[in-house]
Design a protein around this ligand. Sequence first.
Ligand code: HAM
Length: 430
Amino acid sequence: MSTLKAVRGTRDLLPPETDLWNRVEATARAVFARYGFGEIRTPIFEATELFARGVGEETDIVSKEMYTWEDRARAASEKAQSLTLRPENTAGVVRAYIEHKLGDTGNLQKLFYIGPQFRRERPQRGRYRQFWQIGVEVLGPVSSGAESPIRDAEVLEMLASLLDELGIRNWQLQLNSVGSSTDRPRYIAALREALAPVKHLMCEDNQRRAETNPLRVLDSKDPNDQELINNLPKIADFLDEASTAHFAQVREALDACGVPYTVNPRLVRGLDYYTRTTFEFTVPDGQGLGTQNALLGGGRYDGLSEMLGGPRAPGIGFAIGEDRLILTLQAQSAETTTTKLDAYIAPLGIPQNAAALALARELRRAGLSVEVGDGSFRVKKSFEAADKVARHIVLLGEDEVSTGILTVKTFATGEQVKVDKSTLASHLRT
Ligand code: HAM
């Protein structure tokens, strides 16, 4: 019989690596709390239409990467419907915002989420079919200040602080403005016009994009097309006065906070809902990610709620690719993630097994991390097993059980001492 394996593009996360995942998530939660964010948990699958309308039919995500199925009706009262595993979480959060009328509170909603997303992409390092995102969405009615450039700058400043606190080095913030929903069509028309005489010189993919979605030409990595692309019109020249002023205020606030950034006029991002500010944080090549160098991406989506049939609710957010964040942390630091337990208790014979477990229970209740061996082990084997997982070994023979005086060895120093059971917990803590 052939053995079963995790499906292509998915993977198991195992200890001790999961310790690092938990540390990252705990740090993110702590930082988000300092900025007044609350957690939202939306379903992992949604109506397909949500992504078609929100993310956009023409995007790569919707046109080729979604896990979609026809969900049959199970009762006469139900209708069959097309469902999709979420490829991203912004559309789901905005759907929830509309469904629960969160705008009626009049307050700015500051929400975060941590969870798996699904895209049928070609798997490679840093690119999986199930991957994790740590994301944030800030949205609300215009009267709540949701449209203010302060919100954009605050979200970016928070990201810079979070990456610093996690220990990510050499991150770069790439920043752009893609303008309002009226600026963009004018820019796309100009792009089409500029591409018409040169597109036949470009790679096949770009020739197709020039027809279907000219903005996508801008994030092409094809080396031969770069010069042609650099000579195309820039979105900055098509922003109206309000978008230009908004972008200037975002940059001014970032400058005031000392958050460094590079304006990248080619950063248009692959989802249709973006308006005005767009951004990505990248790390240089060779620091864990290879060609998938975007640690995270985000931007403003002032029209998304209305695209989904909701009230006007401008917003801005981002999603960190947690898998990529972890790869970067691992590549940037030599430190291993294994943390040792406080103690390993070694019963010296089978009759001491029960007492060993009782002692472990006492120590664990006192907050210590403890592993228990087995009385059938030879002493040498107990020492070897203990040295791998714990800082101390506690030997428990017949005498120790009857006197309550235990033999404890500390591996780091090689020191071996007798310790009274009543002071054992404090001895092991040091
Ligand atoms: P996105 O750029 O599609 O944006 O994804 C955000 C991040 O998720 C990427 O920068 C990358 O780190 C990670 N990511 C995407 N696809 C994969 C994959 N196949 N494997 C591993 N990591 C991946 C969004 O999803 C938007 N919802 C972000 C946002 C929130 N915009 C506004 N609010």
